[in-house]
Ligand binder design. Structure first.
Ligand code: RRO
Length: 325
């Protein structure tokens, strides 16, 4: 397919609703892909992203894990970045650089935050609201940072009250990004939805190790990292499938009450459609961006729209979760 110009990409509209958040189209840039620079987030919006999620931001600046902290594998990528970020105070400037322009182009900015305690999560969430984020995504799922992410997010009894406290503290929607590194993701999904999460992002990276046979040592500086990309797409789709069923059983409608946002290995329109048909209302694109560049958002949106043109439904929302029928 020909490369889309920036103005063409902006024309590819397929608006979707994720709770109170309206996206220009079904694609969001996933957290952590374009470091912390506001300018590159704006570029993703100009290139056709329906919305963008910021790097995960914490209370204090962090330099992250020792390198190597990222490398590509045959079927995706491995990372152990270790939550590098400038800290929430300094991040205000980046938000100032991105929010007005992204919003003027019809794209929301979702502020991602991570913390080790509920109080910290609340303070970070409030700051993101102050900075003009349309929604906040709680990172309850980084697979390799002690005291953060999965250490908190794998236990529904711990993460549920954190989500609740953040929901109570702000007016903007609170999303929860969940970990696939559990036997069953559904208790966490139910806990977050009951606590008032307005959307669930499924899933963060899968815990993994790679070893260099010549060095006879793990490759990542942190030894353990997170696997992303094509290799984990079936894991993410299964998570969306299971969570759809679990929420329905609880009487929580997985489109109207607590929509799902698919994440993990979305590289093409067909990948996005797998998530949509399993129950996701929108998708996040991460590793594919690193390979395909800024065109990936327009390419996926155009492909999904072309597919939809061939279906009896004329609205993407009507298609969500229909593989379950
Ligand atoms: O920074 C990271 O190492 C990182 C994060 Br915050 C995350 O949520 N998931 C991931 O694979 N890496």
């Amino acid at each position: 397919m020909a490369t889309l110009s920036e103005s063409d990409a902006l024309d590819v509209l397929l608006p979707v609703q994720v709770g109170r958040v309206r996206l220009r189209n079904l694609t969001l840039l996933a957290s952590g892909i374009l470091d912390e620079l506001g300018g590159s987030l704006v570029r993703a919006v100009r290139a056709g992203a329906g919305g963008v999620v910021t790097k995960s931001i914490g209370t204090h600046p962090r330099s992250g894990h020792p390198s190597p902290s990222f490398f590509e594998v045959e079927s995706g990528a491995m990372n152990a970045m270790g939550l590098p970020n400038p800290g929430i105070e300094a991040y205000g400037e980046d938000m100032e650089a991105v929010v007005p322009e992204a919003n003027a182009l019809g794209a929301p900015v979702v502020g991602s935050v991570f913390a080790g305690t509920g109080d910290e999560f609340v303070a970070l969430t409030q700051k993101m609201e102050e900075y003009g984020a349309t929604a906040v995504e709680l990172n309850l799922s980084c697979p390799h940072a002690k005291g953060y992410g999965t250490d908190i997010g794998a236990d529904p009894k711990v993460m549920g009250p954190i989500v609740q406290a953040c929901v109570d503290a702000v007016d903007i929607p609170v999303w929860a990004k969940l970990t696939p590194n559990v036997t069953d993701i559904t208790p966490c999904a139910i806990a977050a939805a009951r606590a008032g999460a307005e959307a669930l992002t499924l899933v963060n990276t899968v815990k993994a190790i790679a070893i260099d046979p010549d060095l006879r040592r793990p490759i990542l500086g942190n030894t353990i990292g997170g696997l992303s990309g094509a290799a984990i797409k079936p894991i993410g789709v299964r998570a969306a499938w299971d969570v759809w069923n679990a929420l329905e059983k609880e009487g929580i409608h997985p489109v109207k009450n607590c929509p799902l946002v698919g994440s993990g290995g979305v590289e093409s329109a067909r990948d996005a459609l797998e998530y949509i048909l399993a129950g996701a209302s929108a998708v996040q694109v991460g590793t594919a961006f690193l390979r395909q560049g800024y065109d990936v958002f327009g390419r996926i949106t155009e492909g999904v729209r072309a597919w939809l043109d061939e279906q009896p439904e004329d609205d993407l929302r009507a298609v969500v979760g229909t593989a379950h029928l």
